[in-house]
Design a protein around this ligand. Structure first.
Ligand code: URA
Ligand code: CA
Length: 436
């Protein structure tokens, strides 16, 4: 006899630990409707108030991971790796490290959901490449991973459907920022996707799910611990999101910046975080023995162009025009451009990353609701980073737009997003901590 919703609710209400059978009954009930939405919402609130033990969190994660289809990747030879970011602005590391890691001989099999971020998700960015198809059936996805070494596609199977129900209820019951619920939400989807090695990029700062380093570290530690208990290899980096990671924000713009990094044209924070995450993947996959060796190998693949060539192969295998890797003018371009200028001299002291993301969304780079269309061409180019000196009248941001009414709103938002100071300001530390 499995426990009833009422019994499970009462137990958690008074702070007792739920056992595995009860947690499985809950997750099954969420998917098949035996738990009504109000009962699920009540249990989520009780979980937020009382927390969950490690045993409960692991049981919840595993039950959610098995709540729908699970991908079996055993028929693709070798170690399969994946990477997950808790979400940021100008965060294009996937497009850079996926081909670089594949060029080092470790397979990257990325199945992404379509996020509701400030800009589109990785899938939307890829779709700005002419012809690119991200809606690929699983057998073809595996074929591309086997032959090319990497693929990034949309979820064609229903992975972790319990998370969809839970997340929708959390969103409207103030129960999103609850550690065991975040851990189980993120990990269940990663476990269902079937990779052996997962590196997590947990962002902290003004544009992140977790504002402080302390909160981000707690989340990373919990995810790595639960992820490793599930039998996979997990590690996490805590990285700074007190300013956009790359300088280009928008869908085609972020593809262009990724290509520029892989071509060796630009360096900087986006490249550095991509290399660091990539090195942890190589280490987790035992393709290298030390982080130093991992960094060196990735940098070699960047400098000799093999990473860029691999991106081209992946684009071609997914139906896209591989010529974009040598000619980014083939990407969609916005018709108009305008500058947001500094009102006074000063050092850039702070950038409200979330507001920059919001401005990109106002231009049409992101979506409000699942069914909304995005405009791949629009976005923002960051001209100054924290610590830079700017003269009055110099550009802080270039705005690429199609609709001047939308641009006006976005430019107001951007003007308010930057704080200048008279005194020099240090650059924020990019990689804050590592959790293994
Ligand atoms: N991202 C997720 O997928 N789930 C959460 O709960 C939070 C961020
Ligand atoms: Ca995300």
């Amino acid at each position: 006899m499995s426990a009833t919703p009422g019994e499970i609710l009462r137990k958690k209400r008074f702070g007792a630990e739920l056992n595995e059978t009860e947690i499985r009954a809950f997750v099954k009930g969420v998917v098949d409707g035996e738990f009504a939405d109000y009962q699920t919402a009540a249990l989520l609130m009780a979980i937020c108030i009382h927390g969950m033990t490690e045993r409960e969190t692991l049981a919840l994660t595993l039950a959610m991971a098995k709540s729908g289809d699970t991908l079996h990747m055993e028929d693709v030879p070798g170690v399969k790796a994946d990477k997950h970011s808790t979400g940021g602005v100008g965060d294009t590391t996937s497009l850079i490290l996926t081909p670089l890691v594949a060029a080092c001989g470790v397979k990257m099999a990325k199945m992404s959901g379509r996020g509701l971020g400030f800009t589109g998700g990785t899938l939307d960015k890829l779709e700005s490449i002419p012809g690119m198809n991200v809606n690929i059936p699983i057998h073809a996805f595996k074929d591309i991973v086997r032959k090319v070494g990497c693929a990034i596609v949309g979820q064609s199977a229903e992975l972790a459907p319990a998370d969809k129900v839970l997340y929708a209820l959390r969103d409207v019951t103030e129960t999103v920022d609850c550690l065991p619920l975040i851990v189980s939400s993120i990990l269940s989807k990663k476990l269902a996707a079937g990779c052996d090695v997962v590196v997590l990029d947990v962002k902290m700062g003004s544009g992140a799910l977790m504002e402080t380093e302390e909160q981000a570290t707690k989340l990373a530690q919990a995810m790595v611990r639960i992820g490793n208990l599930s039998g996979k290899h997990f590690s996490a980096l805590i990285t700074d999101m007190n300013q956009p990671l790359g300088n280009y924000i928008g869908n085609a713009l972020e593809v262009e910046e990724a290509i520029d990094v892989l071509s060796g044209k630009i360096a900087g924070d986006l490249r550095d975080v991509s290399l660091e995450l990539g090195a942890y993947i190589l280490l987790g996959a035992k393709a290298v023995e030390t982080m130093a060796e991992g960094r060196r190998l990735l940098l070699e693949k960047l400098k000799n162009g093999e990473g860029l060539a691999k991106l081209g192969e992946m684009i071609a295998a997914q139906g896209g025009n591989p010529k974009v890797i040598g000619n980014t003018s083939l990407l969609p371009k916005a018709r108009y451009s305008a500058e947001v200028k500094a009102q006074s001299d000063g050092y850039v002291a702070a950038i409200q990353t979330a507001d920059v993301g919001m401005a990109a969304k106002m231009l049409g780079a992101g979506r409000e609701r699942k069914e909304d269309a995005i405009d791949p061409s629009v976005g923002i180019i960051l001209r100054k980073r924290i610590g830079d000196f700017v003269h009055a009248g110099e550009s802080l941001f270039t705005v690429k737009f199609q609709d001047s009414a939308k641009a006006a709103g976005a430019m107001t938002k951007l003007r308010q997003a930057v704080r200048l100071e008279k005194q020099p300001v240090p650059q924020p530390k990019l990689i804050r901590a590592v959790v293994e």
